[in-house]
Design a protein around this ligand. Structure first.
Ligand code: PLP
Length: 409
């Protein structure tokens, strides 16, 4: 197995104990741990360069602006954007998708138009569209899943027709791990003149991502899921789409001119960044991207495929355990959802915590998907570049212990 265990030394939190046991952190789909390189970059910014950006003519303000814009250039390069202006800093994936829903959807949808999603979406890629549909009279329509937890590409022709104006789908499911049919969905959207929006909250952190190769119109992701801080994320958009999009938020920094009764907008990307942006967070985001680039996203992906394969094989040894998601690691990432007999996932997570194992339990902000799976909740172990096979072994041992404690026959 590709050994990235030396990287663990960069993550101070991985040394801590929980209930007297070494922490086994298996919740990176919710948020990732931060390497010292990210912590240091943010600390250095606050200690030595803290000033507001884009405003001052003094040295520190210029330094802060350069750090902030440098982070934008790094993030743009990381996803192979054509230019840094195609990257708008947001608060995260959720606010990026809302920016498109309110900035593009609100101004382009009419009664009878459709927004096509899939049934495996996170609420962040459902609720903003419902809100905008309510105002515009548009309707939501959904691509179903196959029995083996993939998006049913065979249904694309039935669902994505000429009424569809927006196709919004996740690049990788936070519950099933399923990698979305990017090429097929983007092509189907284009064929009917719809725009495509990718919720890449789980894709960009775990899979090499080339926005020019994917060919979508918008792509959203969060720094905190890729070793960076909370409070910042990015919306990548094609320049022409950004040009035809209205700002969803108004305020300082995003205007060219303000008159008493009207305003004009600043150029990209500032048009979509109203108010003081999350400067230190963007600096941390840039450092996170540097870190991932130094490791290499191909290696991150390979490592995750290997550890996910190992986890799926070891979980298959446990009687009464059901995994929800594709088995083929070519089609999935490292979010592994499961249930164990009739033990409630919350109880399971509490038991695992006693062994130092951090997993998430619940509906994972994907209630429609829970209904498709016919379960109220699942437990979810999710892996990242710092996880090692020994941690899977601790998880499996703790699951056996849970069976014993709950008297599962
Ligand atoms: N989309 C997916 C697939 C996610 O996994 C998440 C976070 O869990 C989000 C969207 C929302 O991300 P954020 O809370 O960072 O805005």
């Amino acid at each position: 197995m590709l050994d990235l265990s030396h990287l663990r030394a960069d993550f101070p939190i991985l040394d801590r104990q929980v209930h007297g046991k070494p922490l086994v952190y298996l919740d990176s789909a919710a948020t990732t741990q931060k390497p010292v390189q990210v912590l240091d970059a943010m600390d250095d910014y606050y200690r030595h360069h803290n000033a507001n950006v884009h405003r001052g003519a003094y040295t520190m303000a210029e330094e802060a602006t350069e750090l902030y814009e440098g982070a934008r250039r790094r993030v743009a390069r990381f996803i192979n954007a054509a230019a840094p202006e195609e990257v708008v800093f947001t608060r995260g994936t959720t606010s990026a998708i809302n920016a498109v829903a309110y900035g593009w959807g609100l101004h382009h949808l009419q009664p009878g138009d459709r927004i096509a999603l899939t049934t495996m979406e996170h609420h962040a890629n459902i609720v903003p569209w419902q809100l905008v549909a309510r105002v515009t009279g548009a309707e939501l329509t959904y691509l179903p899943l196959t029995a083996d937890f993939r998006v049913d590409v065979g249904a694309i022709g039935d669902v994505i027709d000429s009424r569809v104006k927006i196709v919004a789908f996740s690049g990788m499911s936070n519950v099933l791990g399923t990698i979305g049919p990017l090429a097929e969905a983007v092509a189907a959207a284009r064929a009917v003149g719809a725009i495509s929006v990718i919720d890449a909250a789980q894709l960009v952190p775990h899979h090499p991502t080339d926005v020019r190769a994917i060919g979508a119109d918008f792509l959203a992701f969060s720094a905190h899921k890729m070793l960076g801080p909370t409070g910042v994320g990015a919306l990548w958009g094609r320049r022409d789409r950004f040009e035809e999009m209205e700002p969803a938020e108004g305020g300082g920094e995003m205007i060219r001119d303000v008159q008493l009764h009207s305003s004009t907008w600043a150029d990209l990307p500032h048009k979509f960044e109203a108010g003081t942006p999350p400067i230190a967070e963007a600096v941390g985001f840039g450092a996170a991207v540097d870190y991932l680039e130094a490791v290499g996203m191909d290696r991150v992906r390979d490592h995750e495929r290997e550890i996910t394969r190992y986890a799926l094989d070891r979980l298959a040894e446990i009687p009464d355990l059901t995994v929800y998601g594709p088995d083929d690691t070519a089609q999935r990432g490292g979010a592994v959802s499961f249930t164990l007999a009739d033990i409630h996932p919350h109880d399971l997570a509490t038991i695992l915590d006693q062994s130092g194992v951090a997993v998430r339990a619940g509906h994972h902000c994907a209630k429609p998907l829970m209904r498709v799976l016919d379960v109220p909740a699942t437990a979810r172990a999710s892996f990242y570049l710092y996880n090692v096979p020994g941690e899977v072994d601790v998880l499996v041992a703790a699951l056996h212990e849970a069976r014993r404690l709950f008297g599962v026959a």
